[in-house]
Ligand binder design. Structure first.
Ligand SMILES: [Zn+2]
Length: 86
């Protein structure tokens, strides 16, 4: 199995700003505020996280063939909101 890539370059679809981000292996990132235009990026339909939609590589669980955190047999949409503790 190839090594899992944990660093992703995320391109903002609005302003083309890009950020190099470390991807967590144990969670999905549903929302990412663009540092360029402050747009809150969210996954496209059918994608589990913003890395799969806008990143240069897909998220670690998908790379490992685990299908990210979306449980099999659902409609494929991610859970509504990831709890965030700031
Ligand atoms: Zn942007």
């Amino acid at each position: 199995m190839p090594p899992t890539i944990l660093e992703s370059t995320m391109w903002c679809p609005i302003c083309r700003h890009h950020d190099v981000l470390q991807m967590p292996t144990d969670a999905c990132v549903f929302f990412h505020p663009c540092a360029g235009c402050q747009t809150l990026l969210r996954p496209k339909a059918g994608d589990c996280c913003v890395f799969c939609s806008y990143g240069s590589v897909r998220c670690p669980p998908v790379q490992q063939g685990a299908g990210c955190c979306v449980p099999a047999g659902t409609d494929g949409r991610p859970p509504a909101v990831a709890p965030s503790r700031n």
